[in-house]
Write a protein that binds this ligand. Sequence first.
Ligand code: SAH
Ligand code: SF4
Ligand code: F3S
Length: 449
Amino acid sequence: MADESRLLSDTYYIRTFGCQMNVHDSERMSGLMAEAGFRPVDDPALASVILVNTCTVRDKADQKALSDLGRLRQHKKENGSVVLAVTGCMAEREQENLHRLMPEIDLIAGPSQVRNLILMLGDIRSRAGAKGVLLGRSYDLPEMTTPPAIRPPGVTALVTVQEGCDKTCAYCVVPRTRGRERSRPVAAIVEEIRELVAAGYREVTLLGQNVNGYGKNSGSGESFGDLLRAVNAVEGLRRIRFTTSHPSDMDEGMIAAMKECEKVMPHLHLPVQSGSDALLSRMDRGYSLDLYRTWISRLRNAVPHVALTTDLIVGFCGETEEDFEATLRVVEEFRFDGAFCFIYSPRPGTPAHGWTDMPPREVSVTRFRRLEERLDALILEKNRSQVGRLQEILVERVDSTMGRVSGRSPQFRHVRAGRSSDRPLPEPGEIVSVMVRSCTKAGLEGVIS
Ligand code: SAH
Ligand code: SF4
Ligand code: F3S
């Protein structure tokens, strides 16, 4: 490792693309950098180490990172001593290509290498000026270790509970970038959450590609339901959320924990992807619509006011107009409270890459717009049904100039609320009751009651 006195004067800049998992990996990298004496800066021009944490889930994600890297590469050419490091999912999948395309990059390392960041940076520096390193892939971690993350100040924190994915969805690159599923032990997660509560956080979001598969191949006998119960017992914690769940790994234990644990919020993000069984099968999702239906009705029976959100893909290989209409129908049937829609983007190395029966681009774009229009109308309708009702919100931000607070309802709706009298505004981290007066598709507005 480079000598300490030099590190103390060092600065780093970190740019993050992609999902919450990547956001949290950046928080972990920040923790490691701080421990090694680096100071964060918010302008890459001021940094001695520039980290670009990439995503590669769709082509658009690649393009965003590449255009950023194009600019940073120029900066590196003009400032030879700057270290330019690319991490994250694109770094994992495109190591060789990135190296060939942009030889100025000093370090290209995937998500499983996060914990080795300081060692790798030290290695680059000790070679002072020598050719950059290109690192191998390694998933063979005996146990997932968590460096001390640095999170932005606030009341809500991301906590990784599981990494990797053992599923084989035909379109998806994630199993190739994040490796096999591994779960952190319950005790380690609970310990981290205790520390977060002591530091002032009041809500945690438990993260994994497939959280309800938690523990399934760890041999510990610990299930996701067990984890929820253990986290629910952490004193001082107010709310628990989690994402993402997979329909094939739903179980009664998880639903029972959602019902019984008062801190577990009534919201499930359960990607259905398509409303057509034929497409679900081509996607290799491992469930039928009937199974999805069964779990949703069990969940809604157990947790009556639960919000259900989802992911949907249009334009996957072989999608006919009938398949697409089936997707529109599931939107009506399940009345989702929110959905992320995507146009299928072929990913090299995935099973579906090279399949030739994708609908023409303009057909997919039209379907995407129709789906979004329908979802927007549905979500607005759902939000309208909350007008005139009380919502308990966890205050995340306080704007004292405007006399207003914002936060989330239990169902994860975004809520903004003003004060009704001269009473002082609540502090971040408090739970307040808000009378909803109006809404948009983006959220609810009201008055603190
Ligand atoms: N592990 C999670 C999320 C994976 S990525 C899960 O299984 O649900 C988030 C979403 O991106 C997926 O749910 C899917 O809807 C979408 N997605 C993944 N790969 C895609 C691709 N190649 N093209 C378009 N959308 C994709
Ligand atoms: Fe990708 Fe499927 Fe795994 Fe989700 S479950 S990360 S969509 S392979
Ligand atoms: Fe992107 Fe990797 Fe997340 S591909 S969506 S950053 S798991």
